[in-house]
Design a protein around this ligand. Structure first.
Ligand SMILES: [Zn+2]
Length: 78
């Protein structure tokens, strides 16, 4: 498998749209080729992150927890 084919196959690999024998060839190429295995890791990191965004609201809720409410919680006198 050439790098060009391997790179094109990476998205299909994640979507499970390759045949078992194609998957095998992609995996084999990833073992042999650092460039393509890095691209595979990059897409592996990106792909699930997009899906997980719906499940884990971590980053968003941290931003929203800014201490703005302190302004209105001053004790009143007189
Ligand atoms: Zn390659």
């Amino acid at each position: 498998m050439t790098c060009d084919l391997a790179l094109k196959a990476i998205p299909l690999y994640f979507y499970g749209e390759l045949t078992p024998s194609e998957e095998e060839r992609v995996e084999q190429h990833m073992h042999e080729c650092e460039t393509c295995s890095r691209e595979l890791e990059r897409q592996r990191a990106l792909g699930p992150a997009l899906d997980r965004r719906r499940i884990e609201p971590s980053a968003g809720s941290l931003l929203r927890a800014s201490p703005r409410s302190r302004l209105s919680s001053r004790p009143r006198r007189g």
